[in-house]
Write a protein that binds this ligand. Structure first.
Ligand SMILES: [Zn+2]
Length: 114
């Protein structure tokens, strides 16, 4: 259940963002998470609701976008999308194992709606 720890980190970041007296209440927080982070969005959203927050964050909703896991073949250059992280890390085109992860490791707050 590392979602709770990660969500606590997000709340800590947001609390710093809203610390300034010029900013108002947060409506929505957009988060992008790559598949390699092994996040269950529902657990994270529940955690976000349950973690005590300041007044400005109380009503905020956490929107989570899961980004696919993509690998790029170092042999033929093809980019393949892996359906899940238990798949073998091999090129979908030439089956080479010499692949590099191009997407799937993200963990970013991409927007805050006030
Ligand atoms: Zn290939």
């Amino acid at each position: 259940m590392h979602e709770i720890k990660l969500t606590e980190n997000i709340v800590a970041i947001l609390e710093r963002e809203v610390a300034s007296p010029e900013v108002g209440r947060v409506k929505k927080v957009h988060l992008e998470v790559g598949r390699l982070r092994y996040i269950v969005p529902e657990i994270m959203q529940t955690a976000f609701i349950n973690i005590p927050k300041s007044e400005k964050l109380e009503k905020a909703v956490l929107e989570i976008k899961t980004l696919p896991l993509e690998i790029k073949c170092q042999t033929c250059g093809a980019v393949s999308m892996l359906k899940d992280f238990r798949s073998d890390f091999i090129c979908g085109k030439c089956s080479s194992e010499d692949v590099k992860i191009v997407s799937g490791d993200e963990f970013n707050i991409t927007g805050i709606e006030w």
